[in-house]
Ligand binder design. Structure first.
Ligand code: NI
Length: 159
């Protein structure tokens, strides 16, 4: 089922998220809805707050591979590069932002299994972007103040 994607400055994007503790069919259905919603919007990542849910989970699809990250924690960030990013909650906005080249990620799968792995390249960037969403942090917080003002004005005009 397609969910509605909320746009900045909807306050749910800044709300505190809760850890996922129940790994049941309801969670599997939610994850399936999130993939469907992300694919429909042509995105490569979608975090639960972006569909109005304050839960710590996100889905990612990159290079044909799916990665569901539940309760993710980034423990190590190595290197840094600047590339353009977009976000489904900021329609039409693409900004060059800094992100690490390599990270160590600990997360749980949809069955609750805990995994720690090193991730690099653009996938590391997406994981950071989606994990940021789970802590109320977004692309607008990663650009210079003048850009921030312009983005706010632009999105305010659309509503
Ligand atoms: Ni985003």
């Amino acid at each position: 089922m397609l969910r509605t994607i909320v746009h900045f400055p909807n306050p749910v994007l800044r709300a505190k998220t809760e850890e996922v503790t129940v790994f049941d069919d309801e969670l599997k259905n939610l994850i399936s809805d999130m993939y469907e919603t992300m694919e429909d919007a042509d995105g490569c990542g979608l975090a639960a707050p972006q569909i109005g849910l304050s839960k710590r989970l996100a889905v990612i699809e990159y290079n044909g591979e799916k990665l569901t990250i539940i309760n993710p924690e980034i423990s190590n960030r190595v290197g840094s590069s600047v590339r353009e990013e977009g976000c489904l909650s900021f329609p039409g906005v693409f900004e060059k932002v800094e992100a690490p080249d390599k990270i160590t990620l600990t997360y749980q799968t949809e069955t609750g299994e805990k995994i720690t792995e090193d991730i690099e390249g653009f996938l590391a960037r997406i994981v950071c972007h989606e994990t940021d969403h789970l802590f109320g942090r977004m692309i607008i917080d990663r650009v210079p103040p003048l850009k921030r003002t312009l983005i706010k004005k632009r999105l305010a005009r659309k509503d």
